[in-house]
Design a protein around this ligand. Sequence first.
Ligand code: HT9
Ligand code: FE2
Length: 348
Amino acid sequence: MSGHPLAPYDACVVLSFGGPEGPDEVLPFLRRVTAGRGIPDERLIEVGAHYALFGGVSPINAQNRALVAALASEFAGRGVDIPVVLANRNTPPFVEDVLAELSPGRILVLLTSAYRSYSSCRQYREDLARAAHGHDLVIDKIEAYGDQPAFRDTLARLAGEAIDAASGVEHVLTVAHSIPLAMDDASGPPESGGNAYSTMLAEVTIDLGARLAERTGVARPIDLVFCSRSGPPNQPWLEPDVGDRIEELATTGVRRIALVPIGFVSDHMEVRYDLDVQARERAEAVEVATVRTPTVGTDPQFVAMLADLALARAAEARGEAPGCVSATACPTDCCRNLRADLPALCGR
Ligand SMILES: CC1=C(CCC(=O)O)c2cc3nc(cc4[nH]c(cc5[nH]c(cc1n2)c(C)c5CCC(=O)O)c(CCC(=O)O)c4C)C(CCC(=O)O)=C3C
Ligand SMILES: [Fe+2]
């Protein structure tokens, strides 16, 4: 057994959503994402058009490759030189292929989503179970990090700098991906009553308000909104929608709003299109200016936090710090799959 600080892990996998990297990849990607999900065809055509606006290339894979490189170099600085590799749910490199390549071995997984819900956590755990099947792999995962102080501090610093640079911001909206209300109800450990997704986001919003007031010297009103709703119109999803809230604020005389994407870790399509194009257009129509602040991306503080969590999980796996990280691991029924009962890895 090697003595590096990430032992007993042989590799670190950054697991993400994936996105198309050319016009021919858009439709297969969308079909894969929405298979069996009851997303109306009109929505698929509409979303396909968003990607077309960017030449059929989502920025997400390049951003994740940059995160992998940043994390590998952070690890190298701490004496760790195991492979750090990207794996995706919906586009190559597919998680099935990556895990087959790494077998046999012991793997630590980091997700590119910070919050608990079926879409942002459990579905990835199901992907891992399916992909690891038949291989000689032991897989652990870092827990949802949306409530980590370093994550919140990174967001506050980046948002504070952007707000100061823009001047005149009167109101702050934190933004996250909407999900069906039924999915939010089932989010998190059942014993804590569900709604972990919206609860974590609400907590980050309140915390960010306090941090921003301190950093910028101005206490601004702040509230949480959602973007990227899909699914059939009669199915309730988390609200308010970012565009609707901007219009409502406009009627009260607000003219300058900061949009802080707390629900995403990089500036991928849901940010570049849904916020930078769509929400901005709706704001301009009611004479509101929007200032979109950066996601955490490869910010050194965020990368260092991921490395800290990885090292803490490794220490625990070696038996040096029992329960220090996995104490918050997902219990069996965490973020329940409402459609099927599929096996999931990395539970308690
Ligand atoms: C919570 C959440 C996150 C954040 C956590 C995380 O980051 O994982 C997220 C991320 C992302 N979602 C993305 C893209 C899409 N999501 C869709 C559909 C859906 N997302 C949902 C939820 C989430 N999604 C849900 C409940 C659906 C309905 C279908 C279903 O129940 O599964 C659809 C189908 C068309 C549509 O309906 O919009 C697309 C194309 C991309 C890639 C962007 C790029 O290409 O840069 C990323 C990072
Ligand atoms: Fe999505």
